[in-house]
Design a protein around this ligand. Sequence first.
Ligand SMILES: NC(=O)C1=CN([C@@H]2O[C@H](COP(=O)(O)OP(=O)(O)OC[C@H]3O[C@@H](n4cnc5c(N)ncnc54)[C@H](OP(=O)(O)O)[C@@H]3O)[C@@H](O)[C@H]2O)[C@@H](O)CC1
Ligand SMILES: Nc1ncnc2c1ncn2[C@@H]1O[C@H](COP(=O)(O)OP(=O)(O)O)[C@@H](O)[C@H]1O
Ligand SMILES: [K+]
Length: 546
Amino acid sequence: MTELLTAAQMRAIEAAAIASGEVTGLELMERAGRGVVEAIFEEWPELAPSWGPTPKPPEYLLQDDEEGKLRAVVLCGPGNNGGDGFVVARLLHEAGWGVEVFLYGDAEKLPQDARANYERWMKAGTIAMLDTYLARRKWGCDILIDALFGTGLSRPLCGFGDLFWNTSDARDCHVPQFGHPRGRPAIVSIDITSGVCSDSGRAFNLEDCNPNAISAHLTVTFHRAKLGHFLSEGPQYTDRVIVKDVGLTLRPNEVRPVVTISAPYANWLEKDDDHKYKHGHVLILSGGVGSGGAARLAARGALRIGAGVVTVGCPAAALVENAAQLNAVMLREIGDSGDLADVLGDERINALCVGPGLGLGDRERELVSFILGEGGVKPRPTVLDADALTLLAADQELFSRLHSDCVLTPHAGEFARLFPDIAEKLNAPSSVGPFYSKVDATRDAARRAGCVVLFKGANTVIADPKGGCSINTSVYDRRAPWLATAGSGDVLAGFIAGIMARQFAPVYAAWMGAWLHTECAIKFGPGLIAEDLPEQLPAVFRDLGV
Ligand SMILES: NC(=O)C1=CN([C@@H]2O[C@H](COP(=O)(O)OP(=O)(O)OC[C@H]3O[C@@H](n4cnc5c(N)ncnc54)[C@H](OP(=O)(O)O)[C@@H]3O)[C@@H](O)[C@H]2O)[C@@H](O)CC1
Ligand SMILES: Nc1ncnc2c1ncn2[C@@H]1O[C@H](COP(=O)(O)OP(=O)(O)O)[C@@H](O)[C@H]1O
Ligand SMILES: [K+]
């Protein structure tokens, strides 16, 4: 698990460290700049200073200046992000690079530490205004450092359209080594790509410009990654994010960070020597004739992830169809709530999954209502997905019966149906940051529902009603866009129900279900269809040492 911070949390940590006398702001800025230079040399070792005083540019870089030096252009903004940029300029200059610095804003108004580094840089080189650089219409460098705006960006940027477009163009043209063809620079953003809100990942919208932010090959951030590196459009604007330690200590009592989900401990799903019912029994409700595929996918997922027994319940007319498709999964007739009551009389059924392919009629409403406690049935850990979410959205009374052992798993459309006002806030165009984020939205939804909400997408955000929140990332090195395939959400619902049957808490089941779902997709690779997901679990488990 890694914490992801908001700008305010980062500022609070920084301020506490400075107030305690642990470090000064100037020292932090120095460490930040040093971290950026280190990260550049780690990313492109061929650029690191070699034995001689002047690093030689690699042959694949087209050099047109006489000195044959590596060249950096550093674009500095009006705040401390710009201050980090001055440090980077100085350090690259000391490493033998030719460095040009361009400033956006008024040098007289720079904050104190940035101003100090501005003056230090002025002893080594010169500074021109950013417009001079933009007017050149030439990159003129091997590395472009984006130190324009970091966590302090609070409103849309005007006049940067061409720069944003050009960096996007440069980033798209990849060659294997340096990440760009001859004459185009590698682009490195300090802290976050300028134009992106560090809390939400949303780019500040510009009416006349697309893209709305710098596009970078590499972003170097400090202490911890920020939410904006993972949410919304944030990941689209950079290929990679490296976190550099600047010697700060996170104080968990002062901030409640969102965390990224990581691998479970190795033996978490190990089965002991006991019999199958000790490993839990999942009941999955299916729709009628021709609508059973989704429930069967969920059932396969629940069984593979380790539930001891999985039963699909369907109307009488669909029994033959399901029987023809299921072997290890058991089958029961469940036409109405009376049948459901009979089946649930078996106390060993300890997790439910309802919604995939269920349907939206009276029978289905009655079943969901029964599961949520109508008629006094004991509430059990339940995943509500797909059609169950649509039924909940249409019926306030049903929604009000959600309990703390429920997990809702909406995609964006279902989320908007269930929580229209929250979705509206999330999607509203806004000009003042920090923006309301997917994390804020999921937390608000979980509080309202009184249960775990897992909000799907390229990055899946999971929140519990007490405000705990985590992200299953599926970007950068965990990128798996092929997971967006019909039925993959049904398998996820089955995974979560299967883990709950093993008596893990709903929120933990949601974390691990989502994490393993992405791992299965990564393991399989492109070409994946939903049926493949459960079949990857044994290999994923082997890798984990389960
Ligand atoms: N926290 C830490 O531990 C560490 C932080 N460090 C670094 O500090 C960075 C944060 O610095 P920061 O707070 O000075 O903010 P930053 O992003 O430089 O910009 C703010 C400036 O931009 C301006 N501005 C805003 N929007 C604008 C617009 N649309 N158009 C024009 N101007 C606009 C805004 O003006 P204002 O809104 O006040 O008018 C203000 O002047 C952080 O990202 C990291 O790099 C590291 O040094 C070490 C460890
Ligand atoms: N770009 C993406 N990268 C990784 N995972 C994705 C992406 N888009 C969607 N997903 C995941 O794919 C699954 C799709 O689920 P869902 O939308 O319910 O589809 P379906 O209803 O067809 O099963 C979710 O787990 C979601 O998080
Ligand atoms: K930046």
